[in-house]
Design a protein around this ligand. Structure first.
Ligand SMILES: *Cc1c(COP(=O)(O)O)cnc(C)c1O
Length: 402
């Protein structure tokens, strides 16, 4: 018999669910006919990519959609489509992942970092203070936490700042009933294996702005085949941009689109399953001494594909002890406060291609952020067990006064 102190978790934190059978069949059909390139169509055929774009635009209530090679490519394309280039400054979150400042650097622009609050959202006071420094905000809904989007849009609209939303962790989320990605001028999504739909790699970009959409389509490498798109603007819009928009190839192919279409149809079901797991973890962790649960606002519909808690003002040695003790019992936690970038985790001061910036209040919060993935291969019982393990180990280190 093993008591609660010796419980051990044996699941895998990076193991996603298999691709659904329906998606496998659609993929095999594409392989059988061999027309993988999005513009390689039989007579009268629309193609999986154009259908995916049409369906995603409809799902989000957007006029236009473009499917591309990755989420990071979608972000860079969004910047280019808004004319951001060499030496321009772009506001963005200090708390995000490397593809976001990377997209800004890829167009030779400079990130201006905006701080993070204890809610793990962008600090709107810091944004107000810095909003005059740029004409674009690349807003990362990092780890699925949505800020007060109504207030954010007020600040940006008043300052004439265009908002690009990085929805890599918010596909399926909304604020006050408006889907994430529909507040700003452009919304960007990732279809990479660790996000909410899985085609290995892939990205989606949505907008209601016809010129932005036409430029994005040209940028992605449409040559002069843009009439083969469905969720794209009318040919006359392309006439205005086609000679002055470079081709920076980053198209999606029909194989990935075929895998994604059935997954999009199942998104709501998957979101509900993620949130069931998230709530079990949250309930199990709430009230742990020294640990702060990040409370979710009522206006937010989120997707609990990961969970964050704060060990605020803990010493580095104590946080490291928690991580080591949890790891010894099979629970893999990530720490955003780690001084050296590890795996997916890095901090704004590790992106040294950007001008050095100092955000002491954010440093305090980043130093306390503990992050955990919640793959759908975990059962509710797994989640309850993980919460028990974290609770026990955090309590043990808290009491040891490290
Ligand atoms: C994954 C991710 C991206 C980019 O997605 P890729 O498809 O991997 O290029 C952008 N922003 C955040 C916050 C991400 O986690």
């Amino acid at each position: 018999m093993t008591g609660p102190m010796t419980e051990h978790f044996t699941g895998n934190f990076t193991q996603q669910e298999p691709i659904p059978e329906e998606a496998i069949e659609a993929a095999v059909a594409v392989l059988r006919h061999g027309r993988l390139h999005r513009y390689n169509l039989a007579g009268g055929e629309t193609g999986e990519v154009a259908l995916l774009e049409e369906e995603f635009a409809q799902l989000l209530g957007a006029k236009y959609c473009l499917a591309v090679a990755s989420g990071g490519y979608a972000l860079a394309t969004a910047l280019r489509a808004l004319g951001v280039g060499h030496g321009d400054r772009v506001l963005t979150n200090a708390f995000t992942l490397a593809p976001v400042p990377g997209a800004i650097a890829s167009v030779a622009a400079e990130p201006v970092f905006v701080g993070v609050t204890e809610s793990l959202t962008i600090d709107l006071e810091d944004l107000e203070a810095k909003v005059g420094q740029a004409r674009v905000l690349m807003l990362s809904h990092m780890r699925g936490h949505l800020c007060d989007m109504d207030r954010l849009m007020e600040i940006c609209e008043a300052a004439g700042v265009a908002v690009i939303e990085d929805c890599a962790h918010t596909m399926g989320a909304s604020w006050n009933g408006v889907p994430s990605g529909r507040h700003g001028v452009i919304g960007c999504y990732s279809c990479q294996t660790y996000k909410h739909v899985n085609s290995g790699e892939g990205g989606l970009l949505i907008t209601d702005d016809a010129e932005v959409a036409a430029r994005a389509v040209m940028l992605s490498g449409s040559y002069m085949l843009y009439s083969r798109h469905k969720a794209a603007p009318a040919p006359e819009v392309f006439e205005r941009v086609k000679y002055v928009t470079p081709n920076i190839s980053g198209r999606m192919d029909n194989l990935r689109a075929a895998i994604l279409r059935p997954q999009l149809r199942a998104l709501d079901t998957q979101v509900a399953r993620w949130n069931e797991r998230y709530r079990v973890l949250e309930t199990g962790l709430r009230g742990t001494p020294g640990l702060t649960v990040v409370e979710r606002p009522a206006a937010e519909v989120f997707v609990g594909s990961s969970i964050q808690v704060l060990l605020l003002d803990w010493s580095a040695a104590a946080v490291e002890a928690v991580l080591a003790r949890c790891a010894a019992r099979g629970v893999e936690l990530k720490w955003f406060g780690v001084p050296e970038p590890v795996a997916f985790t890095s901090r704004y001061d590790s992106w040294r291609y950007a001008p050095a910036q100092s955000l002491p209040e954010s440093d305090r919060i980043l130093a306390g952020i503990i992050d955990m993935r919640v793959p759908l291969t975990f059962s509710l019982e797994d989640c309850a067990l993980i919460a028990r393990i974290i609770r026990a180990e955090v309590s043990a280190v808290w009491q040891s006064d490290l």
